[in-house]
Design a protein around this ligand. Structure first.
Ligand code: SAH
Length: 375
C-alpha cells in the first residue's frame, strides 16, 4: 500500500468524484480543511514552530497587544459603551485574544464591558482558546458561524480576523479561448490520482469575475473567487450598521482584484503539492481585499484604504513597543524581539504581503488607522 492510498480523506474524495463527477476547488478545500473527521483543522493543532506554519500572533506578543489597544481606542471613540462584543473569527490557539486582553486590562471600564465571541469550527482549537484566555476572567462564547452570534441587547461589536479568510474555500475560473470555465478536481483515468480538469463553459457573473477584469482577460488567465469570504464580509457589514462597531481583517493577499492561481498547500513549513495528502497539509489562497471591501460597501458599511501590515503595525507604535520590551530583556531576548519585529513589519517578510482592511458601521466614527476612507 502506498502512503497516499492510506489517506482516508483521499479515498473519500476519489469515491465522491467517482459517484458524482468532478468537484469544485471549493468543495475540495472544504473537505480538506473542514471534513468533520479527517479535515486539517478538525484533527490537529497546526500552528507554531512545530506545526505547518506560524502566524503573526505566534511570532510575537506585540501583535495581539497592539490589536487589543486598537480595539480599546475604537471602543473609547464609540463613547465607551457599557457592553461590547469582541468577536474573533478563526482564533487558532487563542494567542492573539490572550495578548489583546492582557494589554487592555488596565483600560478603565473596558474589562467590565467586554464579552468575547469566538467563531471557531474546530473543537480542538476551541479548547486551546478557552485555556489561553482563562487568566483574564472575561466571559466568552463559541459559535459555529458569525451570524450565529446573538444580537444581545444591541451591544456594538468589534470584529477581528487574522488569517481567517485565507482558509475559506475558493473557486477558480479560467478564461478559455471562448468564454469561461470552472477549474475542477477530477480523477485522472490513467493514474487514478486527483488532478485538475476544466469544466464545461459556464456563465460568470460580476460576483464571480468582476466585469472590469472580464474585459481584459487572456486565454489561460485564472480568477479566484471566495464566495464564503464575501458572504461573511456582507454579514459583518450589516451587523456593524445595525449595532455599531468596527472590523479589522488581516491576511495575505492583494489590494486589487487580479488574475492568478494562488492556491497553495503548506506542510512542515514547506510548500506541498495542492492535491496530495488532503487533510494533512494546510491549504490557503491569497485574499482579494477589493472583493471583501466591495461587499462591505455594497452593504452600506464604510471601509478604510487597504494598508500593509508593516504600515498598520508602525502606526500603532510597534517599534516603540519593541524598545520598551527590550528595556527589561537580556541580550538573547533583545535579539529575539528584534527578529520578531523584523518578521512582522519588514517588506521582505510579512510587512508587505500581509494587508489590513478596516471596516466600520455607517454610524460609527472611523476607528484608528483608517486613512483615505472610502464609502
Ligand atoms: N487567527 C489565528 C489562526 C488562523 S488559522 C492565528 O492568526 O494564529 C484559521 C483559523 O480559522 C483556525 O482557527 C481554523 O480552525 C478556523 N477556521 C477555518 N475555517 C473556518 C470556518 N469556516 N469557520 C470558522 N472558523 C474556521
Amino acid at each position: 500500500m502506498t502512503e497516499t492510498s492510506e489517506n482516508p480523506l483521499l479515498e473519500h474524495l476519489k469515491r465522491r468524484i467517482a459517484l458524482g463527477g468532478p468537484i469544485t476547488i471549493a468543495d475540495f478545500m472544504s473537505d480538506a480543511l473542514a471534513h468533520p473527521e479527517h479535515g486539517y483543522y478538525r484533527k490537529q493543532d497546526p500552528f507554531g514552530r512545530k506545526g505547518d506554519f506560524i502566524t503573526a500572533p505566534e511570532i510575537s506578543q506585540m501583535f495581539g497587544e497592539l490589536i487589543g489597544l486598537w480595539a480599546a481606542v475604537t471602543w473609547q471613540q464609540m463613547g465607551s459603551p457599557r457592553k461590547i462584543n469582541l468577536v474573533e473569527l478563526g482564533p487558532g490557539r487563542g494567542t492573539l485574544m490572550a495578548d489583546a486582553l492582557r494589554a487592555v486590562r488596565n483600560v478603565p471600564g473596558l474589562s467590565d464591558a467586554l464579552t468575547v465571541r469566538f467563531v471557531e469550527t474546530s473543537p480542538v482549537l476551541r479548547t486551546h482558546q478557552q485555556t489561553a484566555i482563562m487568566p483574564y476572567g472575561i466571559p466568552a462564547t463559541w459559535h459555529e458561524a458569525f451570524d450565529d452570534i446573538p444580537v444581545s441587547g444591541n451591544a456594538p461589536m468589534i470584529v477581528i480576523g487574522n488569517e481567517f479568510f485565507d482558509a475559506l474555500p475558493i473557486r477558480q475560473f479560467e478564461r478559455a479561448s471562448h468564454g469561461w470555465s470552472e477549474r475542477l478536481v477530477g480523477v485522472d483515468a490513467n493514474t487514478g490520482e486527483l488532478g485538475f480538469v476544466r469544466g464545461a463553459q459556464t456563465p460568470v457573473t460580476d460576483a464571480l469575475v468582476p466585469a472590469t477584469l472580464r474585459g481584459t482577460a487572456k486565454p489561460g488567465d485564472i480568477f479566484e473567487s471566495c464566495p464564503a469570504a464575501i458572504a461573511i464580509a456582507d454579514q459583518v457589514a450589516r451587523r456593524l450598521n445595525a449595532v455599531g462597531g468596527a472590523a479589522l481583517f488581516i491576511d495575505y493577499g492583494h489590494p486589487h482584484s487580479a488574475f492568478g492561481d494562488t492556491l497553495q498547500a503548506l506542510k512542515d513549513h514547506k510548500y506541498h503539492p495542492v492535491l496530495e495528502q488532503p487533510g494533512d497539509a494546510d491549504l490557503t489562497a491569497h485574499v482579494d481585499f477589493a472583493a471583501i471591501g466591495r461587499a462591505m460597501l455594497e452593504a452600506d458599511a464604510r471601509i478604510g484604504a487597504v494598508l500593509t501590515q508593516g504600515t498598520f503595525l508602525r502606526m500603532l507604535g510597534i517599534e516603540q513597543r519593541a524598545e520598551l520590551l527590550k528595556e527589561s530583556a537580556d541580550d538573547v531576548q533583545a535579539k529575539s524581539i528584534d527578529a520578531a519585529l523584523a518578521r512582522l513589519i519588514d517588506a521582505d517578510q510579512m510587512g508587505t504581503l500581509f494587508k489590513v482592511l478596516i471596516g466600520y458601521g455607517r454610524e460609527t466614527a472611523p476607528p484608528p488607522c483608517v486613512s483615505g476612507a472610502e464609502g
